[in-house]
Design a protein around this ligand. Structure first.
Ligand code: AMP
Length: 321
């Protein structure tokens, strides 16, 4: 049975190979759904997610030196210093599991981080493949952040406002179904600060990556499944050039075929014309011959009639005898 075709006209296994080997940045305001969608891509394509927010929260929870340094900025909704996050990313990108591709979620968040990332990747000759901008309006963001809940065990993100999980309280992903928690920075005051930081420091990255031809945009509003489908579609590889040129090529080929056909057909047509002319002539001459031949017959018929007429007087003569 042929493999099903999906993203960019690729077969499902080819799309899987392609998407699992991409180096992608997810760009968007806090609460735009980057984390949720990154988890979907991990589950679907096996591509690892690198979330600086998750790495920092884990460092805070473990009480490491780095965690202690980062905590104050995180609680205030500010950015953690560039040297800390760049250090985290440098270390993470050196690990084996991300050698084939990854999704960066929450990094870079300003121009300095974007430039550091570019030089790190240039050193190993593995530049980014795509940067996807998540478009969501701020009213929706506020609603999403207020409803966001996370599993303390597996890290799965849920939302109490999601139509698929209304009012959810416990993880449906872990066997123990632990109680979901709310992030300490998901409160109204901190969210306002985080959105201001996004506008000021992260938003300029849109133009930065657009200028490099890396930016793709996705409408990140609506049902989670619909956003995933749109995200996978924008990540699909561009159609091969040969395929794009195919209709034009087909037109040229069809024109050539038609003109070749005409060339072959013309002498044939002429020959057929000659044949039919000859046939007509032949028929005409046969007709005239036939009419010539049939003429005496008609004469004979005409001549025979008076003969019968002349027989009648004889018969009458005989009757009289
Ligand atoms: P996130 O989970 O991506 O919303 O990040 C939570 C918090 O972690 C942010 O509000 C920042 O304080 C911090 N953080 C995450 N990523 C970065 C980054 N790339 N640069 C600076 N701070 C970050």
């Amino acid at each position: 049975m042929p493999a099903a075709r999906g993203s960019g006209g690729l077969t499902a296994p080819a799309a899987l190979r392609y998407l699992s080997h991409m180096r992608i940045v997810l760009l968007g305001a806090p609460g735009s759904g980057k984390g949720t969608q990154a988890q979907r891509l991990v589950a679907r394509f096996g591509v690892p997610q690198i979330s600086t927010g998750d790495l920092l929260r884990s460092a805070v929870a473990r009480g490491t030196e780095l965690g202690l340094k980062a905590k104050a900025a995180m609680d205030a909704g500010a950015l953690v210093s560039d040297d800390i996050v760049i250090g985290i990313i440098r270390e993470r990108l050196g690990q084996m599991d991300v050698a084939g591709g990854y999704i960066l979620d929450g990094f870079p968040r300003n121009l300095a981080q974007a430039r550091s990332l570019a030089s790190m990747l240039a050193l190993i000759g593995q530049p980014l493949d795509a940067v996807v901008l998540f478009n969501v309006d701020y009213a929706e963001i506020a609603r999403r952040i207020a409803g966001r809940r996370t599993c303390p065990n597996c890290g799965t993100i849920f939302n109490v406002h999601d139509a698929a999980t209304p009012g959810i309280t416990h993880c449906t992903n872990c066997a123990a179904a632990p109680l979901l928690t709310q992030r300490p920075d998901d409160n109204e005051q901190t969210v306002a600060r985080r959105l201001a930081v996004y506008d000021e420091q992260t938003r300029p990255l849109i133009e930065h990556y657009r200028a490099q031809g890396l930016l793709r945009s996705v409408d990140a509003q609506g049902a989670v499944d619909d956003v995933t489908a749109r995200l996978v579609a924008v990540l699909a590889p561009p159609k091969p050039a040969a395929k794009r040129a195919a209709p034009a090529k087909r037109k040229v080929a069809a024109k050539r075929k038609a003109s070749a056909k005409r060339k072959v057909a013309a002498p044939r047509k002429r020959a057929a014309k000659r044949r039919s002319a000859t046939k007509r002539k032949g028929a005409a001459s046969r007709k005239s011959t036939a009419s010539r031949k049939s003429a005496p017959k008609r004469k004979a018929t005409r001549e025979r009639k008076p003969a019968r007429k002349s027989a009648r007087p004889r018969a009458r003569k005989r009757a009289r005898l």
